[in-house]
Structure formats: C-alpha cells, structure tokens
Design a protein around this ligand. Structure first.
Ligand code: PMV
Length: 328
C-alpha cells in the first residue's frame, strides 16, 4: 500500500474575471482552447480547499460548503483527483473539503477558484512539488479558466497546442494599476446551460466561430498594449467589446441561447447611461446573467451606489486585484 509522509494540504485560490474570454475547446479532453484569454484575479471571492489522502477510505469523499456532493459534480472532482493520483503514482482515496467565500446572496462561486485551490491542495497532499506553471497546467484539466487563478493580477492563458504548452502566466508589462470591478448579482440559481455545453454548441453551430478565433486574437494583442500603457479607456472598451463578441456566439448558435436576463440588459443600459454622462465604466459578462462593471477608484463609490439603489446592497460587491493561489 502507498504511504505518504504528509498526506494533507490546504490551499486558497481566488476567482478571476476574463476580459478576453475563453470560449471553445479544440481538445475537449485535455481542455486546450481555440483562443488565448486574459483575466484579472479578484480579491474578495475565493475558495479554500483541504485535501487529505487517506488509506482507510475506498472512495473519494467531497464536501462543498459543508455538504457532501454526489453525481456529476462528484465525478468531476473524482476524475480530477485521478489525474493527480496518476501524476504522483498513488492509489489512495481522498477526503476533500472546500468552502467558497462569496458575499451572502452574491451567488458568484466559480469553478476557476475551486479547481485552482483543488489543484494546489491535492498535488501537495499527494507529495508532488509542482511549479506554478505545472499547477496551472493541472488546474486547466479541471476547468479551463482555473489555470488563470494560479496567478494574481493580470494573467494570460496562452492557448498552446498540447497539454505541455497550454498554461497561464502573469503579464510582465502592467502600467494599469487602478482597476476595480463591481460585481452585480442578478440571479443566484444554477445556470441553465453550463459553460461547457454553451461553448461546445457555439463551436459546433455558430457560423461566426471562425471569425471569433481571429478577432479574439486581435483583442488580446490590443488589450495587452492598453494594460502596458495604462490606458484605462482602451482597456475598458476592448473588454466590453470582447464580451459582446463572445455572447454573439450564443445568439448565433443553433439552437440559440443567451445567458442574459432582463436585469442583465437593464444593467448594461445603465452602464452606457453612466458613461454618456461622463462617468467612465464598462461591463463584462461570463456564462451567466451576472454583470461585472469595470471602473477606476475615483468613480467606484459613485457607481456602486447607483447600482445599490437598483439592486440592493447585498447584490453589489466592489473588488480589487487579488493574489494567486497559496497554501494555508
Ligand atoms: O472555465 P470554464 O469552463 O468555467 O469556462 C469559462 C468561460 C468564461 O467564464 C465565460 C470565460 C472565461 O474565460 O473565463
């Protein structure tokens, strides 16, 4: 039987918001994307996960926020743990306990922070000593966007062509230091179409998918120039445009679908209204109806107050850049 000297580890990883979106897999099994993407890791939403490999158990047990999970969600964690076990050459079952730290009613727990924390905790508990790059490659196997949550601040996931070269790294040239993200919750329930299903359908049926591959590449180059130059206006405009280009792939899929609800649209209109009134802000939206508003410190309180009046205080959270994964 395999034994491990120190078979337990605890890690914390933060969510990230994509500014240039990842939307579509070239390799479904290894999670190699069609396009590179870029994100900002956030400070106030994170996941803490403890993993212990235990020779007394014959099956992985997984608790999230104090509840044991089963079915598809369990299978996904189990499959990920099997990748870690294969890397480490062990055959022990794991006990996983994970807590998502998100403000009450925000409903913004994410697979990115979950799989980044799981990758770090499980690999250490299994006796592996992985570099940040290898952790990013491992986290990617759980959920694509998780590979970016290994690092703090602005992070680029270079799509690569294989498991070996598809991983994230922090941006080296950052002149943009004043960015805040106001997270607005419109709905807390599970999404009707997972990001996995949504992107697969977009790749398979949207006639615009080949164009997305081209424009996403240009958007990425342009936003990196804006971030290096500290050009907030260009940075915000490209983020908003790229998000809409991604969502156009859902509307042009067959059958078509959308992640927006009526509140999403109302918030988008409000952001535009504020902007026309001279208060600079931009929106971005992932695979769900919640909106993140990109602002600078000077306007953050004013804009957060505007949305608090519309949505109520517990649905508005102002975030800053956050750190990469770390052990606790
Ligand atoms: O990592 P996934 O499978 O949850 O997909 C993430 C997809 C988006 O959040 C919409 C975009 C992104 O790059 O994070």
């Amino acid at each position: 039987m395999t034994t491990l000297s120190n078979n337990s580890a605890k890690a914390q990883a933060h969510t990230n918001i994509a500014l240039i979106k990842y939307w579509g897999k070239k390799d479904e099994q290894l999670i190699i994307p069609y396009t590179s993407s870029l994100s900002l890791t956030l400070d106030r939403f994170y996941t803490q996960t403890t993993v212990r490999f235990n020779s007394d158990n014959d099956r992985d047990s997984v608790q999230i926020n104090g509840q044991f999970i089963s079915g598809k969600a369990w299978q996904r964690v189990h499959d990920f743990l099997t990748i870690v076990r294969d890397l480490a050459g062990i055959h022990l079952a794991a006990e996983v306990s994970s807590t998502n730290f998100v403000p009450t009613a925000a409903g913004l727990a994410s697979s990115a922070s979950a799989f980044a924390a799981l990758a770090a905790a499980a690999s250490k508990a299994a006796g592996l000593k992985l570099s940040k790059t290898d952790l990013s490659r491992l986290a990617r196997r759980g959920s694509g966007s998780a590979c970016r949550s290994i690092f703090g601040g602005f992070v680029e996931w270079q799509r690569g062509t294989s498991d070996a070269d598809s991983y994230a790294q922090p941006l080296s040239q950052v002149g943009l230091n004043d960015v805040k993200v106001i997270a607005l919750t419109t709905e807390s329930g599970p999404k009707p179409i997972s990001s996995r299903q949504g992107m697969n359908r977009s790749v398979a049926t949207s006639p615009y998918y080949p164009t997305w591959i081209k424009v996403a590449q240009h958007d990425l180059i342009d936003i990196k120039v804006a971030i290096a130059a500290g050009d907030f206006t260009k940075f915000g405009s490209i983020s908003e445009l790229n998000a809409m280009r991604m969502h156009a792939l859902t509307l042009s899929a067959d059958p078509d679908f959308t992640y927006f609800n009526s509140e999403t649209l109302a918030i988008m209109n409000e952001v535009k209204r504020l902007r026309h009134a001279g208060i600079e802000c931009y929106y971005t939206i992932d695979a769900g109806p919640n909106v993140k508003v990109i602002v600078q410190s000077a306007n953050a309180t004013k804009i957060a107050d505007t949305f608090t009046k519309l949505l109520g205080q517990n649905r508005v959270t102002t975030l800053s850049a956050g750190p990469g994964v770390h052990y606790l």
